[in-house]
Design a protein around this ligand. Structure first.
Ligand code: SD4
Length: 349
C-alpha cells in the first residue's frame, strides 16, 4: 500500500459546449519522513536514520542502521558493544526488526555479535524463520559473514566486578546514564534502572513504517533471561496500514501487556499515537499491580509510536523517560508524558 498523500485535483471546462475537457490533476506528495527513538542516545541514532532516509533508503534501512549507532557505542551500557553483562558475566544481546509488510526478524540471547539488529534483518530477509536464539543465532551470523567480537569493555568489566562484590545490592536495577543503583531503602521513583534500550520507529517518504529494538537487557540478569525487546508485539510492532510502536523499560512488564501490539491496535481502533501510548502504559501499570507476587512496583516502561499520517506520541509509567524525535529538519530530545505522578490514583486506570 502506498501512503503518499493525494493532495487534490482540478477541473478545466473549455468552450464550445461540446468540447468539454476535464483535466484531472492528481499530485502525489512524499510523506514527511520522521524518526522517533528512545532515550538520549536516540539523537545520534536518529541522525543516522535520517541520513539513510535522505539518501533514498527505506524505513527498514533507517531503523536498522539507526540503532546500530547505539549498538556500536561503548558508552551506551544497555545496548550492543559495552552492554552490561548478565549474572554470569556474559554479554547477551536481544534485537528485533519489523517492517510495513509484516516481515519480522529477531535474535535472542546472542553473544559476541556487535550488531544483533542486522542479524535480525538477515533472518527477516533470508530465512523462513522469524527468530533465532543463542548459539543458533550466533552460528547463523558467522555463516553469513558477521565477525565475532568481544563485547566487554574495560568499563563494563569494572562494573561487573563491583556488582559481584555486592556494591550494587540486588541485581537488575541499574541506571546506565547516571550510574545509579537502586537501594532497598528506596531512592525516588526516577531512579529505577535499566531503561536504556533503543527502540526506533521510522516513516519514509512512501509512508512505509518500520521499527527496531535492540538491547543487552537488564544488567546482571539471570543468564538466558529475555525481556520485551526481541519479542514481536512486546518490544515493537508495526501494522503497515496503521502505524508502529516500540518500547523500553523493564521488559517483564511490557511482555505481560503485549505492549507495542497494544499501542498499534489502539491506533487501529482510532486512538492517536499519544492516546494509544498512554492507554498501553495504563495497561502495563494495571497488570503489574494485578500480578504483584515476587515483584516490586518501582519500574519504568515507556512507549513511542507513529501512525501512517505521520503523527507521533510517547508515554511512560513514571517521570524520566525521554524520546528523540527527528522531523521537519530538527532532531530533539523531549521528556514524555507519564502516568504515575503525585496525583495518580489506581482508580484512574
Ligand atoms: C529488557 N527492555 O530487556 C529491556 C531493558 C531495557 O535498557 O530497556 N534496557 O527488558
Amino acid at each position: 500500500m502506498c501512503n503518499r498523500r493525494y493532495i487534490g485535483f482540478g477541473k478545466n471546462v473549455l468552450f464550445p459546449d461540446f468540447f468539454i475537457y476535464i483535466t484531472v490533476l492528481i499530485i502525489f506528495v512524499d510523506m514527511e519522513q520522521l524518526v522517533i527513538s528512545t532515550w538520549k542516545h536516540g539523537i545520534a541514532a536518529n541522525e543516522k536514520a535520517v541520513e539513510i532516509l535522505n539518501n533514498g533508503g527505506t524505513s527498514l534501512d533507517a531503523v536498522e542502521h539507526g540503532v546500530r549507532v547505539a549498538e556500536d557505542d561503548p558508552n551506551v551500557l544497555s545496548v550492543g558493544y559495552g552492554g552490561l553483562p548478565d549474572a554470569e558475566g556474559r554479554v547477551t544481546l536481544d534485537a528485533a526488526i519489523m517492517d510495513w509488510k509484516a516481515r519480522i526478524g529477531a535474535v535472542i540471547c546472542v553473544e559476541h555479535i556487535k550488531n544483533p539488529v542486522s542479524v535480525a534483518r538477515l533472518i527477516l530477509e533470508r530465512t523462513e524463520h522469524v527468530c533465532l536464539a543463542g548459539e543458533g543465532a550466533y552460528n547463523f551470523a558467522i555463516t553469513n559473514g558477521f565477525q565475532p567480537d568481544i563485547l566487554h569493555t574495560e568499563g563494563s568489566i569494572k562494573k561487573y566486578i563491583e556488582w559481584k562484590k555486592g556494591l550494587y545490592g540486588r541485581s537488575q536495577e541499574f541506571h546506565t546514564d547516571e550510574y545509579k543503583v537502586k537501594k532497598s531503602g528506596g531512592l525516588g521513583i526516577n531512579d529505577d534502572g535499566n531503561h536504556d534500550t533503543i527502540g526506533m520507529v521510522a516513516i519514509d517518504k512512501n509512508g512505509h513504517i518500520s521499527a527496531s529494538c535492540t538491547t543487552s537487557g537488564t544488567a546482571w540478569k539471570l543468564h538466558g533471561r529475555v525481556g520485551d525487546s526481541p519479542i514481536i508485539g512486546a518490544g515493537l510492532y508495526v501494522d503497515g496500514e496503521v502505524g508502529g510502536a516500540a518500547s523500553t523499560g523493564r521488559g517483564e512488564e511490557c511482555v505481560r501487556a503485549c505492549g507495542s501490539f497494544l499501542v498499534v491496535e489502539m491506533m487501529a481502533q482510532g486512538m492517536s499515537p499519544q492516546e494509544a501510548c498512554e492507554y498501553a502504559v495504563k495497561r502495563v501499570i494495571k497488570l503489574n499491580l494485578l500480578s504483584h507476587v515476587n515483584r516490586d512496583h518501582d519500574y519504568q516502561v515507556g512507549f513511542i509510536a507513529v501512525n501512517v499520517k505521520g503523527e507521533y506520541g510517547a508515554a511512560s509509567v513514571r517521570e524520566g523517560f525521554e524520546y528523540a524525535l527527528a522531523a521537519g529538519g530538527k532532531n530533539t530530545l523531549t521528556k514524555s508524558k507519564y502516568i504515575i505522578d503525585e496525583k495518580f490514583e489506581i482508580e484512574d486506570l
